[in-house]
Design a protein around this ligand. Structure first.
Ligand code: MG
Length: 389
């Protein structure tokens, strides 16, 4: 990375869950890290507080209306606006690391901008890879930018794969908690209420991601992310349901050995690693006591229990615009589920119908992504109306 010593960091989505945890880690890491950029969608009161704490060089507010209400006191930095503002912040001059903690498809263009500018991208935004994995990898190959995943499973895999030769790998496994319905009788799941879906056993997250954990759509997105991040074919990526969320990833080698990464489910650990890599400096985050845990359980992913997961992995393997369509259709379906327009079982049904009527195309630029995204959202709306009526 750039100059030795001081690392200059931009945190995109600094008022969200990943963002606030990243700022806490940065504070603990001390003066070797300097926060130079922050961003929010519209939480300007928290952003104003973060500006007072970190006095960055610039901030971005994605919602232009909220931007005009930001009160910055005596701080004299730049306030960038809208989605262009996020892109501008991601490519800010003299920055070493861009942490992308944005939610949804809005994360893709800032990721691309950071990678094109040669920054280390510490990536928590899944959609960047799911939608634009091929574009991001091309850009990284050109600029030499590093992409370090913050997602716990990919961060674990990154660490595991460092010392391994590709020819030694038979397959990799990432784990899933299995969400709140992993023990439910199958016939009850289709009628699960949003309240029941939002009761996630191990991780604290926003409502859409929590529903995506209950359907295991989140894990399908992570399989697609794994494919792009590590250049592994889909038949070498598998998922294990592991309720304790302590083993994050495993690599199976050609001689039958299994090497795993374990840690307490605490995002501070992968965040800190992505910031300090290749070093392992910083405070000791939560320790993991296997003795206290007593036992770890694993099982496969059942097709009847998690149909949307399999739709996602199949879309990934189909490639091109299919993962874009999968992601967009799922987002629309989850929103309708949370609004009470659709039952839980309707999420997978909607996604299946939309994918069925899609002809996947190669992605040659951003426009192909946004076109597929728009098409899928509209189609999902039609399917949901049909399911309602
Ligand atoms: Mg994850």
């Amino acid at each position: 990375m750039g100059r030795s010593g001081l690392k200059r960091v931009v945190v995109l989505g600094s008022t969200g869950s990943i963002g606030t945890q990243t700022l806490q880690v940065l504070r603990d890491l001390g003066e070797e890290f300097l926060v130079v950029g922050l961003s929010t969608h519209s939480d300007i009161s928290l952003l104003a507080k973060q500006i007072r704490q970190f006095t960055p060089q610039a901030v971005a507010v994605a919602d232009p209306e909220a931007a005009s209400e930001l009160k910055t006191g005596t701080w004299k930095g730049d306030v960038l606006r809208g989605s262009e503002g996020l892109v501008e912040l991601a490519a800010l001059e003299g920055v070493d690391i861009v942490v992308n903690g944005l939610t949804g498809a809005a994360g893709l263009e800032p990721s691309l901008a950071a990678v094109r500018a040669g920054r280390r991208l510490a990536l928590a935004n899944k959609e960047s890879m799911v939608l634009g994995g091929s574009l991001l990898k091309e850009a990284a190959a050109e600029s030499g930018a590093e992409i370090l995943p913050i997602d716990s499973e990919h961060n674990a895999l990154y660490q595991l794969l460092l010392g391994l030769d590709r020819t030694e790998i038979r397959r990799v496994m990432i784990t899933a908690s299995g969400g709140p319905f992993r023990e439910w009788p199958l016939e009850r799941i289709a009628a699960a209420t949003p309240e029941e879906a939002l009761r996630h056993p191990t991780w604290e997250m926003g409502p859409v991601i929590t529903v995506n954990s209950a359907t295991l759509v989140n894990k399908a997105l992570e399989v697609i992310e794994t494919y792009h991040l590590f250049d592994l074919p889909y038949d070498q990526i598998s998922v294990l349901v592991h309720p304790q969320s302590v083993v994050h990833a495993l690599v199976e080698l050609t001689d039958g050995s299994l090497i795993g990464h374990m840690a307490t489910p605490d995002m501070a650990i992968p965040i800190q690693y992505a910031l300090t890599y290749p070093d392992r400096t910083g405070r000791e985050t939560s320790r993991c006591s296997l003795q206290e845990l007593g036992r770890l359980e694993f099982r496969g992913v059942e097709r009847e229990r998690f149909p949307a997961f399999f739709l996602g992995v199949e879309a990934g393997a189909e490639g091109g615009t299919a993962p874009v369509v999968f992601n967009a259709a799922n987002e629309v379906a989850v929103e309708s589920y949370l609004n009470g327009r659709l039952g839980f079982g309707g999420i997978a049904e909607t996604v299946r119908e939309v994918l069925r009527s899609h002809n996947s195309r190669r992605i040659n630029g951003l426009e192909a992504i946004w076109e597929a995204d728009r098409w899928a959202r509209q189609k999902a709306g039609e399917v949901i109306e049909m399911l309602e009526g």
